[in-house]
Write a protein that binds this ligand. Structure first.
Ligand SMILES: Cc1cc2nc3c(=O)[nH]c(=O)nc-3n(C[C@H](O)[C@H](O)[C@H](O)COP(=O)(O)OP(=O)(O)OC[C@H]3O[C@@H](n4cnc5c(N)ncnc54)[C@H](O)[C@@H]3O)c2cc1C
Length: 229
């Protein structure tokens, strides 16, 4: 049964209706946060059917090491730094790739890929693996690849999307929340949302629009307070 019908059937009014509506609204925002979509209508139904949760601890935090710990494991720096494979020493930083010429190359480099950077440097290789964000691919798909990528890939890049998900860190002088990690979720009434969007936040709204292209009220605050007593 649709939520609207439940609201009607239960004859919800006043505070009860307001809370129920706010909770429903929060559910949509929470799901959109997980999906990285701006609304339920932008999320992939297909993705929901195919999604499965990986084994293991979903909140693993690599003992403060972050994602780089994965590299440390792959390069065998962990567990023994003496046995580290020479990978990171070959990584070039501050190199912005401007164009990738693949296929149909001149006789000079048959079967090779030539990658050019904005500083003019050229790199010839057998393969190129690109891990830029989707936004970069969307913006540069027509200028970066020579020849153009196959139609199927261009369609996928155009068809996929990601909404605005921001992370804001708040630091407090002392811990006022329970020791166990927790998640705080806001219920926004229609009045709250309206006054937030049209009132004092209007200046910020414009600035934010300039950065993100859209404005969204806060959905959820996760507090990570380790070490703060
Ligand atoms: C607000 C927010 C909060 C998140 N919170 C979490 C979290 O708590 N836990 C979690 O596990 N994940 C979180 N994620 C997701 C996680 O950050 C991403 O999944 C992860 O960073 C993706 O890594 P990546 O290497 O694929 O892409 P990216 O980190 O986007 O790396 C792409 C790289 O490509 C480079 N690049 C782009 N264009 C070029 C070019 N032309 N030439 C050369 N280099 C280029 C960029 O500089 C960048 O370094 C969060 C994401 C967001 C946005």
């Amino acid at each position: 049964m649709g939520f609207a019908k439940v609201f009607k059937k239960e004859d919800m009014q006043g505070t009860q209706y307001m809370v129920a509506k706010s909770v429903l609204d929060w559910c949509k925002k929470y799901q959109a946060t997980l999906d990285g979509s701006d609304s339920c209508f932008n999320a992939s139904g297909h993705g929901h059917v195919e999604y499965w949760t990986c084994e293991g601890n979903q909140l693993l935090c690599w003992k403060q090491g972050g994602y780089s710990t994965v590299i440390d494991l792959l390069t065998r720096k962990l567990p023994d730094p003496q046995r580290e494979l020479p990978v990171t020493s070959k990584v070039l930083l501050n190199k912005e790739v401007s164009s990738i010429s693949w296929d149909h190359l001149t006789n000079k480099n048959p079967g090779r890929v030539v990658t050019e950077c904005t500083d003019g440097s050229l790199y010839v290789s057998e393969h190129v693996i690109i891990t830029t964000s989707l936004g970069v691919l969307k913006e540069r798909v027509h200028s970066m690849f020579h020849p153009a990528l196959p139609h199927l890939k261009i369609t996928a890049i155009k068809g996929l999307g990601i909404g605005v998900v921001d992370k804001i860190f708040l630091k407090f002088p002392h811990r006022w929340w329970p020791k166990e990690g927790l998640s705080l979720n806001f219920l926004w009434t229609e009045k709250d949302t309206h006054s937030f969007n049209s009132g004092s936040a209007s200046k910020q709204k414009q600035e934010d629009k300039a950065v993100n292209g859209r404005w969204e009220v806060a959905r959820e605050v996760m507090i990570f307070g380790s070490g703060m007593e």
